[in-house]
Design a protein around this ligand. Structure first.
Ligand code: NAP
Length: 535
């Protein structure tokens, strides 16, 4: 069995004490253990701040671009090995594994491109100018401007179990681009892929010492040692995020925190969409992909499906047909479309969540699937954390029903009707339903009715970080709502954690300190690098 080590202070270390065991979720066979007991996390953070920080800040944006590109290439050149590990430890089908691993290398490549662009604007890499400056008084000499400079702390990244490769890469890409060292902690249960990534980066010497540290296992008292120049970016359950925000060191030192949490993402079918149109096909394809890709363990997966009342029967029938055709089982087999959930706890939570939706939602019923676990792995009957896709229908939902408050993090979604009569074709009603989810990462609207789309998109926009629109003009080339892109913001208000990541260069601001400067214009331009020193 593999003993996973953490990479801290430039060496691989392992704690001594009770270990956590990682298993293959298809067979329940143990694969690896991790342990961090006794590790000195305060010293690890200091090393990152004092060694990795100066090394990264000494690199200009062009050098950071090279570094990010080398990380991207390293992942790509070990793609098959990483896919194998994701299948083994994450219960991913090959396609699920590619989504995670290719997503990781593409995001690093996207930030390499951003760093290349920034190199033109800020050749020194030390300072970025934030917008145009302005005259502050009658004399044109007295000027004000804003700069961004890298914070001199460490970025602690805590990730969820579902995207061990992309989760590490998407956060590290932005922090390293900004010049801030990273301490990355994946979820313990699926850490195998992230561990291998960091091993590759270290063996290939792709980052300076101290720029990328890694924790395999519990973070222990790590967060007690955060300080005012540090940042904490967390992805996971809303309850964990709230607890981390309330941590003593976070509060006392005003540590900057970003939380990416739960989300009850919605898909809205417009009243104009004909049964056999391309837009209907896109909608059905997106729903089925979101419900089953990664076994529904995707923060961006569609959980709530709003359909004009007169189309509910058709949509249920068509989703049922498509979902019913997906083979659930051993994810290493090519004919399998959906693997197991990632852990025994996940299976228990998903089953309990479906029961909650049924009992705490007005008139909810299962249209397809069941809460029963199913045998599907190589481990024999009863082994593996398998469940079928579960499609629910709620005929008369209420805003405070569990379907609007409780995220079931698995292959589960609920179809609900809206009244599409009236001058706005139901747009106002749809907005109320979607907003009842309390803030989400992404929702999608499928329609060619321009006034319906405009009213729904602008109505739900305050409750989201991203909205995707599926219409006939882009139906054959649309990117699914569940795919997070490096160029677009990822995050959402309220239940979704109130955070914001990625979004191209926007993402860098979390790791940078914005400072306003006022004084003699020539001096400000010298400091910001916009003017060359003359003497
Ligand atoms: P989780 O239980 O909250 O765990 C997330 C991470 O937090 C893990 O690395 C976990 O480490 C760590 N953690 C737990 N307690 C901690 C503590 N007291 N101090 C420091 N770290 C702590 O969530 P999960 O089960 O992995 O993920 C599922 C949830 O994540 C779902 O609700 C989903 O919606 C959400 N999610 C959101 C996004 C997004 O981008 N918004 C993306 C993916 C998932 P251990 O594994 O070692 O316990």
């Amino acid at each position: 069995m593999i003993e996973l080590e953490s990479y801290l202070q430039g060496q691989w270390v392992r704690g001594s004490g009770r270990a956590t065991t990682l298993v293959n979720p298809a067979t329940e066979a143990p694969i690896a253990t991790s342990c961090t007991e006794g590790i000195d996390f305060a010293a690890a953070l200091e090393h990152a701040r004092n060694t990795g920080g100066p090394a990264l800040r000494a690199m200009n944006f062009a050098a950071r671009a090279e570094m990010l590109r080398s990380l991207s290439r390293s992942i790509h050149s070990h793609r098959d090995e990483l896919i194998g590990l994701a299948i083994e430890n994450g219960g991913n089908t090959r396609s699920d594994a590619k989504f995670d691993i290719d997503g990781a290398s593409l995001t690093l490549a996207a930030y390499a491109d951003i760093a290349t662009e920034l190199a033109k604007e800020a050749p020194s890499g030390a300072v970025l100018v934030d917008g145009a400056g302005f005259q502050l008084a009658r004399s044109p000499r007295l000027f004000g401007t804003h700069l961004y400079v890298p914070r001199e702390g460490v970025a602690v990244h805590i990730n969820a179990f579902n995207f061990p490769a992309w989760g590490l890469a998407e956060k590290a890409a932005v922090a390293l681009c900004a010049g801030v060292p990273v301490v990355s902690k994946p979820a313990s249960s699926t850490a195998l892929v992230a561990h291998r990534l960091v091993k590759l980066f270290v063996e290939e010497k792709l980052v300076p010492e101290g720029a990328l540290s890694f924790i395999a296992g519990s973070p222990g008292n790590l967060l007690d040692h955060l300080r005012g120049q540090d940042v904490l970016a967390f992805t996971g359950a809303g309850t964990t995020g709230a607890a981390l925000r309330a941590g003593r060191a976070v509060r006392e030192h005003s540590v900057r925190v970003n939380v990416e949490a739960d989300s009850l993402n919605a898909a809205v079918l417009g009243p104009d969409v004909a049964d056999d149109s391309e837009v209907m096909n896109l909608f059905l394809t997106d729903v089925v992909r979101d419900m089953t890709q990664k076994t529904g363990q995707k923060c961006t997966a569609i959980r709530r499906i709003y359909v004009p009342a007169n189309k509910v029967a058709t949509v249920l029938e068509r989703l049922g047909e498509r979902l019913g055709a997906i083979k659930v089982g051993d994810p290493s087999r090519d004919d399998v479309g959906m693997g197991p959930l990632a852990t025994a706890q996940q299976l228990a939570d998903v089953r309990a969540g479906i029961t909650k939706l049924l009992t705490e939602t007005s008139g909810g019923r299962i249209v397809l699937g069941s809460t029963n676990p199913i045998a599907g792995g190589d481990g024999g009957a009863g082994k593996g954390f398998f469940i079928s896709p579960v499609l629910l229908h709620v005929a008369s939902p209420k805003p405070d029903d569990a379907v609007h408050t409780h995220e079931v993090f698995g292959p589960v979604a609920t179809v609900m009707p809206y009244a599409s009569e009236g001058a706005d074709h139901g747009a106002a009603a749809v907005v109320r339903w979607v907003a009842a989810g309390g803030g989400g990462l992404v929702s999608s609207v499928y329609s060619d009715d321009k006034s319906f789309v405009r009213a729904v998109v602008l109505g739900i926009a305050p409750y989201h970080g991203r909205v995707t629109i599926g219409s006939s003009k882009i139906a054959t080339q649309a990117i699914p709502p569940g795919t997070v892109l490096a160029q677009l913001v990822h995050g959402g208000p309220g239940r979704a954690g109130g955070g914001e990541e990625l979004g191209g260069r926007r993402g860098l601001s979390f790791y940078l300190q914005r400072v306003a400067l006022q004084g003699d214009r020539a001096l400000l331009e010298l400091i910001s690098g916009q003017r060359e020193a003359t003497s």
